[in-house]
Write a protein that binds this ligand. Structure first.
Ligand code: AMP
Ligand code: GLY
Length: 427
């Protein structure tokens, strides 16, 4: 089989690493890929947003399976476009990807189908949005409707902050068209968890729970980032809660999409806030999580390719998915300054040392290779991921690896997994 992965971050490295291990795969391509992905795939210089060029490439190379990492091509209709040429591709169609592409759509779907989420209002006028904030008070969350690279949600603790968020989104146009409409919603409290499920539209297969760490600094302080680390499983999601989330969120959402004639196929990612016995949906994503895919890839024992194919072909009920017991944890090493401005092109050392370690994998996000050396090329640089019998064990192992890797001004959190490790030791 020939397989194409679209994207070039840690999530795509994790996917490419797993796909390359499949005995079914003769040739793996990645567009555009990165310096880490190059170890497992032939990287081709096509942007993940260039849908036409990607489709032409897939047809000309006779690609049997395409897997898209990021949301933007899915929301732009890459699945529809490939399927129109008879090409097999993993992910939801454009109308189904709207679950991530429009928060107004996602929230109103949840309202129509009684899926628990924070109470909300939607606005197309900044003045009315601000008047609403004055009426209901703070804390409150202001969100741009469309895609904004994970920066569309602003949690506001004062009215001034909330007014400013509305102005940034709706008047100054910081997120472009994504900010023509806003969702303003109640601020939920509790602990977040990511629940991902594969679905072929009829059958679902829940993946092990994960938790990511969005804040830049230890103790969940500092600005939100694309994710500074993640681990799986997330013990905050007890087996009883997992059953409730599966029934009331995942199955309910897939049914709702079917009833609204937007059949959903691919991976559905629900970002949830857990508070005691209740789980509210914060967001839906229509793709694998990043960094969540990194610990998940390390825990996945089965060949990923038949699983992806069964999801596309409607045979998910026939596949058995096996996972490694224990846990996996990923620590993101970022460029100093991220998520603000940072330096690129600095050399990375120590990767060969980590390659010798068992049960550790370094997934690359923003890297490139020049003259045999690895250089930084982005905000998030590496996802140092390790397996262990427990989350504490995986954490220890991951940080041992992190200590061996160096680049000037490297920044990483030292407390990935702290909530879970606390829960493990209380058992
Ligand atoms: P979103 O863009 O909807 O994925 O939200 C990004 C992040 O903002 C979430 O992971 C939460 O940390 C935070 N967030 C979003 N909505 C809420 C909410 N209603 N209450 C509290 N935090 C929220
Ligand atoms: N880890 C958050 C995301 O993938 O959106």
């Amino acid at each position: 089989m020939k397989v194409l992965v679209i994207g070039g971050g840690g999530r795509e490295h994790a996917l490419a690493w797993k796909i390359a291990q499949s005995p079914l795969v003769d040739k793996l391509f990645c567009a555009p890929g990165n310096a880490g992905i190059e170890q497992h795939a032939e990287c081709v210089d096509i942007d993940s947003g260039d849908l036409r060029a990607l489709r032409r490439f897939a047809r000309d190379q006779g690609i049997d399976l395409t897997v898209t990492g990021p949301e933007a091509p899915l929301c732009a209709g890459i699945v529809d476009s490939f399927e129109a040429w008879g090409l097999k591709i993993f992910g939801p169609t454009k109308v189904a990807a709207r679950l991530e592409g429009s928060k107004v759509f996602a929230k109103s779907l949840m309202e129509r189908h009684n899926i628990r989420t924070a109470p909300f209002r939607t606005f197309d006028s900044a003045d009315r949005a601000k008047a609403y904030i004055d009426m209901v008070g703070v804390p409150i969350v202001v969100k741009a409707d469309g895609l904004a690279a994970g920066k569309a949600a602003i949690v506001c603790r004062s009215k001034e902050e909330a007014h400013e968020a509305v102005s940034r989104i709706m008047i100054e146009g910081e997120f472009g068209e994504a900010g023509q409409h806003t969702v303003i919603e109640e601020c939920l409290s509790g602990e977040e968890v990511s629940v991902l499920a594969l679905t072929d539209g009829q059958c679902i297969a829940l993946l092990p729970s994960c938790q990511d760490h969005k804040a830049a600094l230890d103790g969940d302080a500092g600005p939100n980032t694309g994710g500074m680390g993640a681990y799986s499983p997330a013990p905050v999601l007890t087996p009883a809660m997992e059953t409730i989330v599966e029934r009331d969120v995942i199955v309910q959402t897939i049914h709702a999409m079917n009833r609204e004639e937007r059949p959903y196929r691919g991976v559905l990612y629900a970002g949830l806030m857990l508070d005691g016995e209740s789980a509210g949906v914060l967001e839906y994503n229509c793709r694998f999580g990043d960094p969540e895919m990194q610990p998940l890839a390390l825990r996945l024992k089965s060949d990923i390719v038949p699983i992806l194919m069964a999801t596309i072909e409607g045979n998910l009920a026939d596949v058995e998915i096996e996972w490694h017991e224990g846990a996996a944890l990923c620590v993101v090493m970022a460029s100093g300054g991220y998520p603000g401005s940072y330096q690129k092109g600095v050399p990375i050392s120590g990767l060969e040392e980590v390659e010798k370690m068992d049960d550790v994998m370094v997934f690359h996000s923003g890297t490139r290779r020049e003259g045999g050396r690895y250089l930084t090329a982005g905000g998030r640089v590496l996802g140092v991921t390790a397996r262990g019998d427990t989350i504490a064990g995986a954490k220890k192992h991951a940080y041992e690896a992190v200590k061996k890797i160096h680049f000037p001004d490297a920044h990483y959190r030292t407390d990935i997994g702290w909530r879970a490790v606390g829960k493990e030791s209380n058992r």
